[in-house]
Design a protein around this ligand. Structure first.
Ligand code: GCO
Length: 405
């Protein structure tokens, strides 16, 4: 049997809008009310009230860390009007985690924006970054004594492409120019936030924090070994996986690399055009794999390959998300076990992986897909908000408690 080190982090993740319920002051809520999305988030998992119960479950499962996000639109529902009661709420959240012996990993932007911010133009406008930075400064001054691990922005490229290129998330636009602007503005915002966060810790004579983003990495694989496909795999890995990280690395603004990994992208390009090179995938079910309930390929080896490809940056890596939506709990356990095997293998190869955070602790609101996909370690019955721990969660908990796989 293989053993992870005793100080390895084991945990699960959530994000505010997906679990809390009642986040009425953000851009998602508005889009949900307009009927433009599959279903509204509504009360979601009522985690805002039930966080203590949910954390007690995580504790029982042997977790020693927990990732969650602070909802900016709760803290600042109107421009410049900061809500002390909401700040106090997140103090309670963090205190509860600390009391249970779980290291908080705190995300500052997880896809949602305060409505006032998005109505001014949101991330498309360079100048508006200052509002995000003001929020970051406030949060970090508030929570620096209790938090070591920060994630400034979750999956910036997923956000910019879904909201501004594919048009499936608010504000549902289709503009390449805006997509590029949003991506670069988010990179700039992270770079400034990084210095800001470090400065606050220095001023307060606190130990150095660990600051990163959560980068969505995909395994780009060849369907057929043609020249077009090889070029496409190379370009996509560079552009979608590494480009953003490398901007931040050049400015020395990553203390670790947060990795969100789910699936494979099977590259098969029809013609030489740039759009084809950047987007075409195999449509013929060549090299079939097991799939999650959203049809994403299950490809554990991809995680190993990606982790090894990050080795050259010489930074610790934190798996900040990895998970599967499925009704088949045996498949869920296979997914987790096999991915952990790949993490172990990458560690053997010298990749300094600090921890593994499963997505998600509880079933939740999967954005444009609504509540149907079941990613949770814990089943949520949305009729009565009852939580039921899945057998796969108990198996993972054995690993978390012993380190053995
Ligand atoms: C993301 C987000 C999560 C998702 C999860 C499953 O990666 O898109 O961080 O909010 O719910 O990844 O798709």
């Amino acid at each position: 049997m293989n053993k992870f080190p005793d100080d390895f982090f084991w945990g699960a993740s959530t994000s505010a809008h997906q679990v809390e319920g009642g986040n009425i002051h953000n851009d998602w809520w508005l889009a949900e009310q307009s009927g433009a999305l599959k279903e509204p988030s509504g009360q979601a998992c009522r985690h805002y009230e039930l966080f203590r119960e949910d954390f007690a479950i995580a504790k029982e499962l042997g977790h020693n860390c927990h990732r969650f996000s602070i909802e900016w639109s709760r803290i600042e529902p109107q421009e410049g009007k900061f809500q002390d009661s909401e700040i106090q709420h997140y103090h309670k959240v963090i205190t509860e985690l600390r009391n249970l012996g779980m290291e908080p990993v705190v995300t500052l932007h997880h896809f949602t924006n305060p409505l006032w911010f998005s109505q001014k133009g949101g991330w498309t406008k360079f100048k508006l970054q200052r509002y995000f930075l003001r929020f970051v400064e406030k949060m970090v001054r508030e929570f620096s004594g209790e938090v070591k691990f920060w994630i400034t922005i979750n999956e910036p490229l997923v956000y910019s492409s879904h909201a501004y290129l594919l048009g499936c998330w608010p504000p549902q636009e289709r503009s390449l120019l805006k997509t590029v602007k949003v991506t670069l503005n988010m990179a700039q915002a992270h770079i400034k936030a990084y210095s800001l966060i470090h400065k606050i810790y220095q001023d307060k004579a606190l130990a150095r924090p660990m600051v990163s983003i959560a980068a969505n990495l995909q395994a780009f694989e060849l369907c057929r070994p043609t020249l077009k496909n090889k070029l496409a795999v190379y370009l996509r890995h560079k552009l979608y996986n590494l480009y953003f990280i490398e901007i931040l690395l050049r400015k020395k603004t990553l203390d670790y690399i947060g990795v969100n990994y789910y699936s494979r992208n099977l590259v098969d390009v029809e013609s030489w055009g740039i759009v084809h090179l950047l987007a075409d995938t195999c449509k013929h079910n060549h090299h079939p794999l097991r799939k999650n309930s959203l049809g994403w390929d299950i490809y554990p080896q991809g995680l190993y390959k990606l982790l090894v490809s990050l080795k050259k940056y010489n930074l610790p890596v934190f798996i900040t998300e990895n998970g599967i939506c499925t009704e088949d709990d045996d498949l869920k356990w296979d997914y987790i076990r096999e991915h952990l095997g790949q993490v172990y293998k990458a560690r053997e190869e010298g990749v300094n992986v600090l921890g593994y955070i499963y997505w998600s602790l509880i079933d939740n609101f999967e954005w444009a897909e609504g509540f149907a996909p079941r990613f949770g370690l814990v089943n949520v019955d949305y009729q009565n908000q009852r939580r039921t721990i899945r057998p796969s969660a108990k198996k993972l908990s054995e690993v978390s408690k012993t380190g053995l796989i």
